[in-house]
Design a protein around this ligand. Structure first.
Ligand SMILES: C[S@@+](CC[C@H](N)C(=O)[O-])C[C@H]1O[C@@H](n2cnc3c(N)ncnc32)[C@H](O)[C@@H]1O
Length: 208
């Protein structure tokens, strides 16, 4: 691991022992995110769901056991291994797949999923528009995308440190809408929810 890589925060790319500990706290701290996203996703038994930056696959296992198929993608090798372990039963059954990859280059063909989501991660994506375009590409016509942007420029918090130290991006509602539109989504709607240390979590929904 080079020096530059060492500086990457654990929540951006979980790895090693510290990554294992981080993700335990992440699952607890993100409970309100999972609940709010699930509420907007309204997952149905016939859905084929993709979660981009799925972490250790907690959401897929806990909130999507009833859907037709689930897929998860994450950049962290540690997270991919954990997500495979967590969703092993479904993988064996053939209704789940977990892969290592980047949000900006999804390894699936066009129109593969009926639902795509990402949570707890969008502000750290280096190429947010490219990632949204990819999510749009792999969705089938009529499919829905739900993007949670927990910290944002509308929430009244001072994010100077997060922006400077971690390179996180804080989006306004207008910017989020514009990116969704440019990525090709229609019927864009934004709702807000509250969570632990998240006074105004943005939940962005769009349809292909
Ligand atoms: C804060 S964690 C959130 C994990 C999960 N969504 C959750 O809420 O439990 C951020 C995740 O994004 C992943 N990640 C960061 N950059 C990524 C990228 N460009 N493509 C895919 N995953 C990425 C990290 O490896 C990490 O697992």
């Amino acid at each position: 691991m080079n020096d530059q890589r060492k500086k990457v925060a654990q929540f951006v790319l979980p790895r090693g022992f510290a990554g294992r500990v981080t993700v335990i706290f992440m699952n607890r701290g993100h409970k309100s995110i999972y609940k709010n996203v699930a509420k907007v996703l309204k997952l149905q038994p016939e859905d084929d769901l993709l979660e981009v930056a799925c972490g250790n696959g907690y959401f897929l296992r806990k909130y999507a056991p009833h859907v037709h198929s689930v897929a998860g993608l994450d950049l962290s090798e540690l997270m991919v291994k954990s997500a495979i372990k967590k969703n092993k039963a479904r993988i064996t059954e053939g209704t789940a797949e977990i892969v290592k990859g980047d949000a900006v280059q999804l390894p699936w063909g066009n129109n593969r999923f009926s639902v795509v989501t990402t949570m707890g991660s969008f502000t750290i994506f280096p190429k947010p528009l490219g990632s949204l375009k990819e999510m749009h590409r792999v969705l089938r016509p009529g499919g829905r995308a739900v993007i949670a942007i927990e910290w944002n420029a509308e929430d009244g918090l001072d994010h100077t440190k997060h922006v400077k130290k971690y390179g996180m991006k804080m989006y306004t509602e207008g910017e989020a809408r514009a990116m969704m539109k440019e990525a090709g989504f229609s019927e864009i709607s934004i709702t807000y929810a509250k969570g632990f240390m998240m006074p105004k979590m943005m939940v962005v929904r769009g349809v292909k």
